[in-house]
Structure formats: structure tokens, C-alpha cells
Design a protein around this ligand. Sequence first.
Ligand SMILES: [Zn+2]
Ligand SMILES: [Zn+2]
Length: 264
Amino acid sequence: MSLRDYMEALLGLLYPQERSCLSCRSSLPEENSTWNRNGPSGDWPVSLPREPVAGWASEIPLCPRCQADLIPIEPPYCLLCGRHIEEPGRCPECIRGSAFVLSRSYGKYEGVLRDMLHRFKFSREEKLLPILGSCLCQGWNLHMAHFSTDWLVPVPAHPKRIKERGYNQAERLALHLSSYSNIPLLPALQRQIHLKGQATRNRQERLKALQGTYVCDPAFLDAVSGSSVLLVDDIYTTGATAEACARALMEAGAEQVYVITVAR
Ligand SMILES: [Zn+2]
Ligand SMILES: [Zn+2]
């Protein structure tokens, strides 16, 4: 037995294969219990229920019930923000238009998706990245793959938040999408001011508070100028963050800005 094999075996004893659902922690059925400490044996991104896209592997460390909760938002969508609406057109929030061409999200910010996004953002549960990244890739397949895109630009987090959380969740997700879509990642935006919790503010108040918060890094002005940018974030809430980032990119000379998030 080589030292490497020995270490592998030892690690296997210390960290036995995880055979429970990453969301509800119930036991997984045999066929999708291939998750181990190195991640799943198949290639990510994985398949998700409904409208599976060719090339997605079939293994996912979620029980069937939690998988069934990860469903894409149903059409028709608001032409701008991607919210499900009854009549084709724009939702009331988007009547006034926006700096981005359109925004789309994989699923609704509720249930299993909400729980996992929250844990990924605030509890440093990095093991959730493959599933959340897969949702983002699936959303890209469904809504964005046919647009020509030069750069993926993650919504930046304030350095203080990155220190607290260990990483910028939007950047991790964007990297995942970059390796799937082959669109290069460009960390073009900088975040200037640390904002306190903004959960109670509405879109207009948040937009006002965000004025001047996002700016294009001067080092990336040439790259952004004349380019088509896909802005990446974890959640679309009021759309104020997406709007502020899109404005900064347009001011920096971007030709057009699209937005994609895991949930909204
Ligand atoms: Zn489950
Ligand atoms: Zn809308």
C-alpha cells in the first residue's frame, strides 16, 4: 500500500461517504448516493428535474423530495426581470425600464433553494456550491445561452463581508458558470461603501442608497468598453443591486448588460 493509498483510506475513515440529502439530511437512495468527500463522481453540473439539458450527469446529492422542490420558474416571464407573471409583458416593478436588457433566474427564492442559498451565503457551506452552481448553469441554458456574451461579471461584495463569510458567493457561482459556459470571468466591478442591512427598504430606497456603490475597476475599462456583459448574482430581490451594477457597467461603456441569478 502506497502512502497515498494509505492516506486515502485514512481520510475515508475520518470522513465517511456522505449519504444524506444535502438539504434535509434524510438518507439518499442508492442510485444517488455517490457523493463523497471529493464531490460527486459524475461531472458537474448535474441534472435537475424538468427540462433536463443534454450533458448533465444524473447524480445529485439531494433526495427526490428536495430535488422536486428545485423547479425552474414557469413562463410567462416579465420581459425585463424574469418574474413569473400571468399576462405576457412587464411586471409593475419594471414599467419604468432598467439599465440591463433583461434578467433571468433559475428558480423561486423559497423552499429548498432559499435554504441552500442562505446556508451558502451565511454559513460557509461550500459543499452547496455544486448544486447551486448547477441551478445557475441550468438557468443560463434555459434563458441566456443564445445571447452572445463576452464576460461574466460577478456582483462584488464588500471586503468586510468577504472577511466575515470567507468568500463572495456571487464570484463562486460565476466561476462555476464560467467553467461550464466557457465565458471568461471578469471581476470588473468594485464595491465602495459598506451598507447596513437593507431588507426593509423598497426598490427605490435601495437604489438611492446604492448610488455610487458600484464602480468599474479602471483596470478593466478597456475590456468592458463595447462588450456584452452577463452580471451574475445569487439572488434577485428588488432588482436594485442588479440595476446599480448594470448602470456602473453601462457608464463604463458596456454595450449591453444581462443579469442572471440562481433565484428570485
Ligand atoms: Zn432532502
Ligand atoms: Zn419585472
